[in-house]
Design a protein around this ligand. Structure first.
Ligand SMILES: C[S@@+](CC[C@H](N)C(=O)[O-])C[C@H]1O[C@@H](n2cnc3c(N)ncnc32)[C@H](O)[C@@H]1O
Length: 271
């Protein structure tokens, strides 16, 4: 018979989440629990009741919807972005040796094409995917003004992209993953569309505690730990080639002026 009184580990297991995620939940929500002595105890029944009384609408208000947010800020995105992160990631990608003249590159969460437009001259085709139609319109406008003709665009959820299995050489995603509710679903999709031996170039925020930043940018995740990222990629059939946290000399160069946190850059290969 199932135990009625659970400790923290058992309660996290009941919800099928890590202890870290469960602790975050305890801090952010009114989870039924009591601290007895130094340890938390939970009633299985009360936890299940609490879970069933939840309401998904509460978490999908228009304000927290990335599509609504990015549709709204699309026209001023380049200005907004420059306050948060700079061109370091683009420079690293361009000097990484990952770009080849005959390749098909997908940019997930492409926004106004900050990365897509920069790498387009170095590859055969760029396919820019974004959930926000307004961001994609900005990208098309800017690419046309810059005379770039090899970017195709798709308005789509990056976790369900209308591209064939094994059709892509390189997937790039700059500051996209922390907007995804279940990042592993995006990683799985990267694996699906890549050819065997295809690569991912991922840049995102290192885990941070800056709630203001999260609210201002409508982020779902407060960045990521190296362990979480590595686990998700390995579980989806990748091997990690490189993982660097940009140091003082790169992202920190303008750290005094930038509001964004530290950035990591990772390269993974589909097995
Ligand atoms: C922080 S912006 C980064 C844009 C661009 N990569 C850059 O570096 O400037 C995040 C982008 O991800 C897009 N996005 C958010 N959730 C998405 C999803 N589920 N599928 C596809 N794109 C998404 C947003 O519309 C936005 O354009």
């Amino acid at each position: 018979m199932d135990k009625e009184i659970l400790n923290m580990e058992e309660a996290a297991e009941l919800f099928n989440v890590s202890i870290k995620t469960f602790i975050k939940l305890l801090k952010e929500e009114k989870v039924p629990a009591r601290k007895i002595g130094r340890e938390w105890r939970f009633s299985r029944q009360a936890l299940i009741q609490w879970l069933s009384a939840g309401d998904s609408q509460q978490y999908s208000s228009s304000e927290s919807d990335p599509k609504e947010f990015f549709d709204r800020v699309a026209a001023e995105w380049s200005k907004l972005r420059s306050g948060y992160y700079d061109e370091d990631v683009i420079n690293i990608l361009q000097s990484s040796g990952l770009l080849e003249k005959d390749m098909v590159l997908v940019d997930l969460g492409a926004g106004d094409g900050y990365l897509a437009r920069a790498v387009a001259p170095s590859v055969d085709t760029v396919i820019a995917v974004d959930i926000s139609g307004a961001m994609i319109s900005e990208l098309r406008k800017k690419a046309a003004a810059e005379g770039i003709r090899n970017i195709q665009t798709i308005v789509s959820d990056g976790c369900d992209v209308p591209l064939e299995d094994g059709s892509v050489d390189l997937v790039c995603a700059n500051m996209f993953l922390h907007h995804i509710e279940e990042p592993i679903s995006a990683v799985r999709e990267m694996g699906r569309i890549l050819k065997p031996g295809g690569k991912v170039f991922l840049a995102d925020l290192v885990e941070h505690g800056n709630k203001e930043l999260m609210e201002a940018m409508h982020d779902v995740w407060p960045g990521f730990s190296r362990k979480d990222i590595s686990d998700w990629f390995v579980r989806c059939g990748f091997s990690i080639r490189q993982f660097d946290t940009l140091g003082q000399k790169t992202s920190g160069r303008k750290a005094g002026k930038k509001k964004g946190g530290s950035v990591f850059v990772m390269t993974a290969v589909k097995q």
